[in-house]
Design a protein. Structure first.
Length: 282
């Protein structure tokens, strides 16, 4: 089924088109329709996109647009969208996920240009469904930094987030990333999904030690999605309540200290207030 006008012309505007992350068979019928009928395809790498268009039998003008593009390139695309249809694709997967295309979308919307998004392949979502980790809440945090300190800083920042963490990573850095996770987030389960939708697709999960041992013996290749389980549930018994209250009482009233510790521990605020008053009198 298609909602295409009888003259087969797309309305002017921006069309965000998800493309396969490996298996070309994952292209959607709607994506093929848009890529066939659009006036211009804006892409990260014309060589990569040309492989896809050749596979689909499509001959179309390709304009490079990536994070190195100048503002003039964006302005040229925006001008074209005023009277023609521009399809935006990434090298693989859904555009705007860990790429700079959001600037183009933001400016198009500000200029009153129609923006349409076509759903499709997404490596983070596919990895999450393969991993078997809880997916009712997850946080996609893009690429882990290449520098050791920055990598640990990001993991420390996300340590308390009660959700499955999803990162992009590279094969040469994987063991270093696992080492950082083991140090900053000890005891967490991890999963490594790689070569998704391709011949050697793999999703391996377990403790950091188990997964690290495997990839130390079998160096990975390909693009990687790295997942980390959420922090374990804590009970009131896991906290030193008196220590938390004393720390809070150092610079706030008993009522405020009780409220702060209640948020941290989940313990009843009235119970904490009574204990705070006892500590103040000691």
């Amino acid at each position: 089924m298609s909602d295409a006008p009888e003259n087969n012309q797309l309305s002017p505007g921006l069309y965000i088109v998800a493309t396969p992350i490996g298996n070309l068979g994952d292209i959607t019928m709607r994506a093929v329709d848009i890529l066939t009928r659009c006036d211009v395809i804006a892409c990260e790498d014309t060589r990569v996109t040309q492989k896809l268009t050749r596979h689909l039998g499509i001959s179309k003008m390709l304009w490079r647009y990536d994070d190195h593009s100048a503002e003039a390139d964006r302005m040229r695309l925006l001008e074209r969208m005023q009277h023609q249809s521009v399809a935006l694709v990434s090298d693989a997967g859904t555009p705007l996920v860990s790429d700079p295309g959001y600037r183009l979308v933001r400016d198009a919307r500000a200029a009153g240009i129609a923006v349409t998004s076509l759903p499709g392949p997404s490596a983070p979502v596919m990895a999450l469904t393969l991993s078997g980790m809880p997916n009712d809440r997850f946080l996609f945090a893009g690429f882990l930094p290449s520098k050791e300190k920055a990598r640990r800083d990001i993991l420390t920042e996300l340590a308390s987030v009660r959700a499955t963490l999803v990162f992009f990573d590279t094969a040469p850095r994987l063991l270093k990333s696992l080492e950082a996770i083991d140090e900053v987030l000890p005891g967490r389960e991890v999963a490594v999904a790689r070569e998704l939708t391709k011949t050697f697709e793999e999703c391996r999960s377990g403790t950091v030690a188990e997964v690290s041992a495997h990839y130390a013996a079998h160096p990975p290749r390909g693009e990687i999605v790295l997942l980390v389980s959420q922090p374990p549930e804590q009970t009131a018994d896991d906290f030193d309540v008196d220590a938390l209250l004393l720390e809070a009482l150092a610079d706030m009233k008993a009522s405020h200290a009780a409220g702060k510790v209640a948020k941290t521990t989940g313990i009843d605020r009235k119970e904490l207030y009574a204990r705070a008053m006892e500590l103040k009198d000691q």
